[in-house]
Write a protein that binds this ligand. Structure first.
Ligand code: FE
Ligand code: CA
Length: 474
């Protein structure tokens, strides 16, 4: 999918008025656009904010291409993208960056600058691509949101435009294909299905969600046929030859409400967190996932989704001998029966090499997904890798607290809450290696807005081997 948008006044609705505009595009094998292999034309419609998404057919598999748009006498910059290996091929390697949570007001996108230096096949974004909050007057001008809290189509368009004006994010899109799914902030903090976080009426929230989904669809490089029957279905699967099957999941649109009014709860105070009727994926998506997991013949089965799946007992932070377990209701901990169904399905059907990719929590994690988290000897259904936010803050955490969290959750192999960054995954038939890339500066005061040119470094690296979900530090 190739994408562009005509927007001479990007922060104020686009500035194209009601005109329909002809757009032509070219695809070439070289960065100077000399060896053109495909050309075409389309119309940029005002109803789509003059965004166009082109599905190019007839390209060679496993190949890098360059592309350019021409409209109204203007030429776009030249972008680069690549096709996946063919279904029947056996690629020796797949390499990608896992990113999430890029609150523009929390800093510059140093992580994307580092990503642009990597030799990777694609970028996977697991949500919080934008944040919907109003401009914060305490943030320095150069990194402040424009406008109020998002509601209308134009509000969302202007916000995506603000993020896309960032040169590092722009370079990443011009350099690599993106595989995306969403989390909550693409619409509204911690929403669940049609239930908003705050006290908007269902009708008001539905209208807002439709606006948000519409602009997401306009703005993101999604294959249009994934929006079946006019519904906004974004869960889908992609195959990287025989090496990996990638399941891009939607953890927001179909979930039941967070139990007990969201927040952080104890099992004693919120027995609903083990409610068997709770669902994170919804019935159809869950069945679709199970059906395709048993069918998969891929070496690695990758579940890219937005929120932390492994259990995270924060009770130890309450004191030296915590009387209570404490869980976050917005992650899979609020939907424990749904998590148990998934891990039991994987174990019973012997689906091998499950790697879950997550974001949302603004910190780096690696851990093992147990069929019963209270029993360390229970079967391990898979491995989870969680990237830190590109910019979004985790909040205050010190080394002792980090140690406490790890030691009271034996399935957690790695946790860091001090650094922003991303996860760089290198996947071969024999090994899955994850390098946690971190922005050099440790936790900085909120709104200090760290610079875009801060170098990144390898914070830690963990690997799993084919057939063995246990993580080892490398
Ligand atoms: Fe976030
Ligand atoms: Ca989130």
């Amino acid at each position: 999918m190739l994408w562009t948008r005509l927007a001479p006044d990007p922060l104020n609705g686009g500035g194209m008025h009601r005109h329909r505009v002809e757009v032509t595009w070219q695809v070439a094998t070289d960065p100077r656009m000399l060896d053109v292999v495909r050309v075409g034309g389309t119309i940029a419609h005002p109803g789509a904010g003059h965004a166009v998404s082109i599905r190019v057919e007839g390209l060679r598999s496993d190949t890098w291409y360059y592309y350019q748009f021409v409209a109204a006498g203007e030429r776009s910059r030249i972008g680069r993208t690549r096709t996946f290996p063919s279904f029947s091929s056996t690629p020796p390697e797949m390499r990608f960056a896992l990113v999430s949570c890029q609150n523009y007001e929390h800093g510059f996108f140093a992580a994307y600058r580092d990503i642009c230096r990597q030799q990777i096949d694609f970028v996977t974004h697991v949500g919080d691509y934008i944040y919907e909050s109003a401009a914060n007057p305490n943030v320095p001008d150069e990194r402040r949101h424009t406008g109020g809290k998002l509601e209308s189509v134009d509000d969302y368009r202007n916000r995506y435009a603000l993020y896309r004006l960032d040169p590092d994010l722009q370079n990443a899109h011009a350099g690599f294909p993106f595989l995306v799914t969403w989390d909550d902030h693409e619409v509204d903090n911690n929403y669940a299905g049609l239930i908003p976080e705050d006290n908007q009426s269902p009708q008001e929230f539905l209208r807002k969600r439709e606006n948000a989904y519409r602009v997401y669809k306009e703005t993101m490089p999604l294959r249009i046929d994934s929006f079946r029957r006019a519904k906004t279905r974004i869960y889908r699967r992609l195959r990287f030859g025989a090496l990996a099957e990638l399941f891009m999941l939607d953890c927001r649109q179909y979930r039941t409400d967070q139990p007990c009014g969201d927040g952080t709860k104890t099992l004693q105070s919120c027995p609903a967190m083990i409610d068997p009727s709770a669902t994170m994926l919804g019935v159809h998506q869950e069945e679709w996932l199970y059906r395709n997991l048993v069918r998969s013949r891929a070496n690695w089965n990758v579940l890219a989704q937005s929120v932390l799946m492994m259990r995270l007992d924060l009770g130890a932070l309450l004191g030296p001998n915590p009387p209570l377990n404490l869980f976050q209701m917005d992650t899979w901990d609020g939907y424990q029966a749904a998590r148990d169904r998934l891990t039991a399905f994987i174990a019973q059907n012997h689906v091998e090499n499950i790697v879950v990719l997550s974001g949302d929590i603004h910190s780096s994690w690696a851990g093992e997904l147990k069929c019963d988290f209270s029993n360390p000897d229970s079967p391990t259904a898979g491995t989870e890798i969680v990237c830190s936010g590109v910019t979004s803050k985790f909040g205050r955490v010190n080394d002792a607290e980090m140690q406490t969290i790890v030691s009271s959750n034996p399935h957690v192999r790695f946790f860091d809450g001090l650094h922003r960054g991303y996860a760089l995954c290198t996947v071969t038939p024999h090994e899955w290696r994850t390098d946690f890339r971190a922005v050099t500066r440790a936790e900085s005061p909120i709104f200090s807005v760290p610079a875009a040119d801060l170098p990144l470094f390898n914070l830690a690296s963990y690997a799993i081997r084919n057939g063995d979900p246990q993580l080892t530090q490398v």
